[in-house]
Design a protein around this ligand. Structure first.
Ligand SMILES: [Zn+2]
Length: 156
């Protein structure tokens, strides 16, 4: 990004965050030549977000894909679509705010689990069981019992 003060062709990103409406990325930059700082707004469409999968392959980030994953986990649960949509937006925001333009599928999975944990225990366990690929019934039951006991403690 060209410096507006001295015309130097390179600048350093100091801070990067997505605007609340998810339409732009705001970047605070510093010119390494004249040391002056300036702010740029870059439209999100021009900022592709790439997901790096476990096998190293890459694909474009899809909020829709995250939403359908959560919908599947929330099947037959009393959860409004709006709640899941909001969760998918905040997951996308968190992924973009890393500022690198790339996130791993593991990071995405953790973000989804974090959200589902706040929303619904059953949905969380369903998602976690697929995502964490519980190898046996014991580790799955262990996770379920851990959640139930946490919940029990909250209600006491
Ligand atoms: Zn400059």
């Amino acid at each position: 990004m060209k410096c507006p003060f001295c015309g130097h062709l390179d600048s350093r990103v100091i801070e990067s965050r997505t605007t609340e409406e998810m339409t732009a990325v705001r970047r605070r930059r510093e010119c390494p030549n004249c040391r002056r700082r300036f702010t740029t707004y870059e439209r999100i469409e021009e900022q592709p977000l790439v997901v790096v999968k476990k096998d190293g392959s890459r694909e474009a980030f899809s909020r829709q894909k995250i939403l359908s994953g959560m919908l599947k986990a929330c099947e037959k649960r009393p959860i409004a679509l709006k709640v899941l949509e909001q969760a998918s937006f905040s997951i996308e925001k968190a992924a973009r705010d890393t500022g690198k333009g790339e996130v791993t599928s593991t990071q995405i999975g953790e973000l989804v689990m974090e959200k589902l944990k706040e929303i619904d225990d059953v949905a969380y366990v369903r998602f976690a069981s697929v995502y964490r690929e519980f190898r046996d019934v014991d580790s799955f039951r262990h996770e379920v019992e851990r959640i139930l006991s946490e919940k029990g403690q909250r209600q006491e």
